[in-house]
Structure formats: C-alpha cells, structure tokens
Design a protein around this ligand. Structure first.
Ligand SMILES: CC[C@@H](C(=O)O)C(=O)SCCNC(=O)CCNC(=O)[C@H](O)C(C)(C)COP(=O)(O)OP(=O)(O)OC[C@H]1O[C@@H](n2cnc3c(N)ncnc32)[C@H](O)[C@@H]1OP(=O)(O)O
Length: 244
C-alpha cells in the first residue's frame, strides 16, 4: 500500500485532511494481503514540511494544541506498530513533523538532494508527534540528542553516516532494487521480525513515552516564544507574496 502526501505547493504540510488520510491508511494496512506500506509525497522539493502552520497556528493554548498533537501521535504510533514493514521514500526535504513521520517508519530511503531535520527547536517547541521518542529508539543516544537539539537540517550523506537514512537514492532504480530484495523474502518472515520489534516497544512502554513527549510539547506550544516564532515564519511568506 502506498500513501502519497499531495500538497506540493505547501511542501506537503500536514493538515487535518492528511491526518484523516493517514488514519485510513492505518485501517487499510491491517488487511492480511498487505505486504508492505510505503509513505511518500508529491514533487521533488519536499517529503513533508511538518504541521501546516497556516492552520495549526490558530491553536493557542496547551489544551488546543494537545488535541492536534495527540491525534497525530496516535496515527504515527499506529503506523510504527503496523504488522508489516513501513518504508518512507523521502523524495525531498523532511522537516519538523515531516522528519517525525519518516522516523516512525522502519526504513528511510532518502533521495540524495533531500535535507532533513528536527527543526522544531527553532520554533521554541520540541517534537510533539512522538518522533523524538522514536529517534531515541533509532539512533545512538548522543547522535539522536544532537539531531534533536541542533534543530537544523542535514544533507543526505550525513543522514546516512549517522544511521537515519537506510539508503541514499540516486535514481529510481535504487528504490526498485530495495523493494525487489525485500520481495524475495516470504511476507511472514517480515511480519515475524516486525512482531519482535513491537514486543520490545510494548515492554519498554513506548506508547507512554510518546504521551509524555506530546504533553511536554503542548506546554511549550502555549508560550509566546512559540507563537512569535511561527508569526515570523508566516510573515516572511506574506512579505514575499504581499497580495496573499
Ligand atoms: C505541528 C507539529 C510540529 C511537530 O510536532 O513537529 C511541526 O511540524 S512544527 C512545523 C515545522 N515546520 C516548519 O517550520 C516549516 C518549515 N518550512 C521550511 O523550512 C521550508 O518551507 C522547506 C520545507 C525547507 C521548503 O523550502 P522551500 O522549498 O524553499 O519552500 P518555501 O519555504 O518557499 O515554502 C513554499 C510555501 O510553502 C509554505 N510552507 C512551507 N512549509 C509550511 C508549513 N509547515 N506550514 C505552512 N506553510 C508552509 C511556505 O510558507 C511557502 O508559502 P508561499 O510563500 O505562500 O508559497
């Protein structure tokens, strides 16, 4: 099953409609005939620029932001714990929540031009969809903390060096070759390994750790420092397009 985020004009930012689409994906992917799930996006510029700030900036309080963060974190937890391998084909920039979505996947096939990072710190918030918790599960501790705390984007070769990117994609053939190799192995083997990973996550209270991440982000979201940073981002856009 392939899910394609299709809002290239706004760099595939996530609004409520995309969230609902991801919820449908989770439901459909439970079917026993599904062998793998692929998440990707339209265009070459971006995989996903995170939450749609033009929509989510209307959320002002801790309670309001918690509801949005919680809904997306539930979706990403469901994606992470799908019984089949989940592959992000990172066709371009993945920042903020976009990086969280890719991190929730089992594999990240990253195009060589893509720059990715947990830039939430520049908005005076942390990750809030569970991606910080997943990154700490995925990378060596100091590398994960560095990636979260630096709040900057990294080129594909660095993402591969520190273990975030599974492979670097230079041509479509690289993606094809990855899936061809996966398909040589019986689907029940993939499911069995996924069960192994899920058992570990359940034993280590992954879901509860994600909940704490969501709550902490909601506290920061309410503060002036966050709202002022988002104002600056949105006003920069308006200055470039005074008629919008
Ligand atoms: C909400 C949850 C939280 C989390 O838990 O993680 C988050 O996700 S916080 C959101 C983090 N995202 C951002 O801060 C957005 C950062 N965006 C960028 O850095 C860049 O747009 C890009 C992704 C690197 C792409 O750069 P570029 O190709 O140069 O495009 P532009 O910057 O010119 O963008 C084109 C167009 O799209 C608008 N845009 C981009 N991202 C968003 C967004 N997340 N929300 C709303 N709008 C976004 C941008 O304003 C431009 O608009 P126009 O100028 O009107 O064309």
């Amino acid at each position: 099953m392939t899910f394609t985020i299709d809002r290239p004009e706004i760099r595939n930012a996530i609004n409520n409609e995309v969230t609902a689409g991801l919820e449908e994906l989770v439901e459909g992917a439970q079917h026993p005939s599904v062998r793998m799930v692929i998440i990707t996006a339209s265009g070459k510029q971006a995989f996903c620029s995170g939450g749609d700030l033009s929509v989510f900036h209307a959320l002002r309080t801790e309670q309001q932001s918690y509801r949005m963060l919680k809904r997306m974190s539930d979706v990403l937890y469901s994606i992470k714990t799908l019984p089949v391998p989940v592959v992000a084909v990172v066709n371009g920039a993945a920042v903020g929540g976009g990086c969280e979505i890719a991190t929730a996947c089992d594999y990240r096939l990253v195009w060589d031009h893509a720059k990715c990072g947990f830039i939430q710190g520049t908005l005076a918030i942390t990750s809030g969809w569970g991606g910080g918790t997943y990154l700490l599960e995925t990378l060596q501790h100091d590398q994960a903390l560095k990636m979260l705390s630096e709040a900057k984007v990294y080129p594909a070769n660095e993402l591969k060096d520190f273990g975030w990117a599974t492979i670097i994609v230079q041509e479509d053939q690289d993606i094809k070759a990855f899936f061809e190799r996966m398909k040589t192995i019986h689907p029940d083997v993939h499911r069995a390994y996924k069960e192994m990973a899920i058992r570990k996550w359940q034993k280590t209270d992954l879901q509860e750790r994600v909940e704490q991440e969501v709550r902490r982000c909601a506290v920061l979201w309410e503060r002036d420092a966050h709202h002022e940073a988002v104002d600056r981002f949105l006003n920069k856009t308006k200055k470039r397009n005074p008629s919008s």
